[in-house]
Write a protein that binds this ligand. Structure first.
Ligand code: FES
Length: 102
């Protein structure tokens, strides 16, 4: 079980819990504003873009090459960017804070 906190673009903090699936799916199930998951999680839309709070980067790990390629197309991407459909919900992610990208 992992508790994951999203900070929306309106600075709303929403903590949700999950134990399987992707972080994008968890966000969509919980109606997190700004996470749409348009491509269904195949890393081809970037509507699940989040910035990992720097404190938690060691828990989320780095973006894959295919993810980085997608993020290069997004003007709001930075070194903390991840496409959260590529993050699996697991105990390792417990406590992480993700800021929804603009
Ligand atoms: S849901 Fe499309 S890239 Fe993540």
């Amino acid at each position: 079980m992992a508790k994951i906190t999203f900070i929306t673009t309106n600075d709303e903090n929403i903590t949700v819990e999950g134990d399987s699936g992707s972080v994008m799916e968890l966000a969509v199930q919980n109606n997190i504003a700004g996470i749409d998951g348009d491509c269904g999680g195949v890393c081809s839309c970037a509507t699940c873009h989040v910035h990992v709070d720097p404190e938690f980067v060691s828990q989320t790990g780095e973006a894959s090459e295919i993810e980085k390629d997608m993020l290069e197309l997004d003007d709001n991407a930075n070194e903390f960017s991840r496409l959260c459909c590529q993050l699996d919900v697991s105990d390792e992610l417990d406590g992480v804070i993700l800021r929804v990208a603009q």
